[in-house]
Design a protein around this ligand. Structure first.
Ligand code: GLY
Length: 368
């Protein structure tokens, strides 16, 4: 089964996100329909070993000449150095603006290749082929591309929407369990933001998706993409409603930063899960949502094998965490902006959160 979701908004060319099984084998004809007979596939060394041969075979069979450009796996590749190296190789190959590049990989590859596509000759088209659950449900859709600098993550980037996204459920079978669970955190997040019926399904029958069951994964990816694309269609540049997609990210990002973004200790998805649990607890403390909703969110996150409480909380300083939250790029005009919730499925943006209340809350979470 294949499901197609159209992403459209006022300010960008509409594109399709195709979700299904066996889609890597269809990449060739789909790229052939967009490109002029050649492409560059940007990927990392791990994904190149797993899926490079299938992708190159599919492109060759469709008459598309392809070069594979690989970067080292990991967040370290979202750098100016790697971006420069990629663009230099694309120039050496002689790509021009009528060519199309393919981003084959997780969030790091998608963000880096997407930014290279945004900048190359003032912008060329690219196709996203996300190979992690996190990338399929979040980073490959919506056009955010970026690299990191030593001063912070995702601080240099562009909005550049892909021409097409191919989310092949089969490739998720090769993901380590921890990575699959991490992507599941973003799936749960979409339910928490605006679809309680989806959240109910994820908590019940659909929970097998977090263990890799392909039909549940298909439905989870499709609904996540529908939710994300509807929000992006309304607010591409995050002037308003798109900020809802950052539920759990401000708490989560502060904790990740304090841990030096060490994915061995806490993955991004785990940080988002923990951040969502904290955002709901904070909402409950403020009387915005019922304690029962916050407790349910916590239970469902824990059932998926994701963290809900700060481990070794006493090792974190409430002052430092709050300062990190205030310097997050979602902070506006010195006030703290947080995505909170009135209920499961009813998240809201609060742009004027009292810093002292956050500090007090972090103390009750165990921070020193
Ligand atoms: N990951 C949040 C967004 O794309 O807006």
């Amino acid at each position: 089964m294949t499901t197609t979701i159209e992403v459209s908004g006022g300010n960008f060319r509409p594109y399709e996100v195709i979700v299904g099984r066996g889609l890597l084998a269809q990449l060739g004809p789909r790229v052939a329909a967009l490109a002029r007979g050649r492409t560059v596939v940007i990927t990392d060394e791990t994904v190149a070993t797993l899926h490079g041969p299938a992708v190159l075979a599919s492109l060759a069979a469709a008459g598309v000449k392809a070069r594979l450009l690989t970067v080292p796996p990991g967040e370290g590749s979202k750098s100016f150095a790697e971006l420069e190296r990629l663009i230099d190789r694309m120039l050496a190959i002689g790509l021009d603006r009528k060519d199309v590049i393919v981003a084959l990989g997780g969030g790091v590859v998608g963000d880096l290749a997407g930014l290279a596509a945004a900048l190359y000759m003032r912008g060329i088209d690219f196709v996203q082929v996300p190979t992690t659950l996190l990338a399929q449900v979040d980073s490959s859709v919506g056009g955010k591309t970026a690299i990191d600098t030593p001063r912070g993550k995702n601080l240099v980037g562009a909005f550049h929407q892909p021409r097409l996204v191919l989310a092949d459920i089969d490739v998720l079978a090769t993901l380590p369990e921890r990575q699959l669970r991490s992507g599941w955190a973003e799936v749960l997040k979409h339910g928490m933001i605006c679809d309680v019926a989806f959240f109910d399904w994820l908590a019940g029958e659909g929970a097998v998706g977090s263990k890799g069951e392909p039909e549940a994964l298909h439905r989870a990816v499709v609904r996540s993409v529908e939710i994300k694309s509807a929000i992006v269609g309304e607010d591409e540049k995050e002037a308003g409603r798109r900020a809802l997609l950052n539920l759990g990210h401000t708490f989560g990002h502060a904790i990740e930063a304090e841990l030096g973004f060490d994915e061995d200790v806490l993955t991004h998805g785990e940080a988002v899960a923990l951040g969502c649990a904290m955002a709901f607890r904070f909402s409950a403390v403020r009387g915005l949502c019922a304690a029962a909703d916050s407790e349910r969110v916590e239970a469902v996150i824990a059932d998926a094998g994701l963290p809900t409480r700060l481990e070794h909380a006493g090792a974190f300083s409430a002052d430092r965490l709050r300062a990190r939250m205030a310097s997050d790029k979602k902070a506006e005009g010195g006030r703290l902006t947080l995505i909170l919730a009135r209920a499961i499925g009813d998240a809201c943006v609060d742009k004027a959160v009292d810093r002292a209340a956050v500090h007090e809350f972090l103390k009750t979470e165990g921070a020193a």
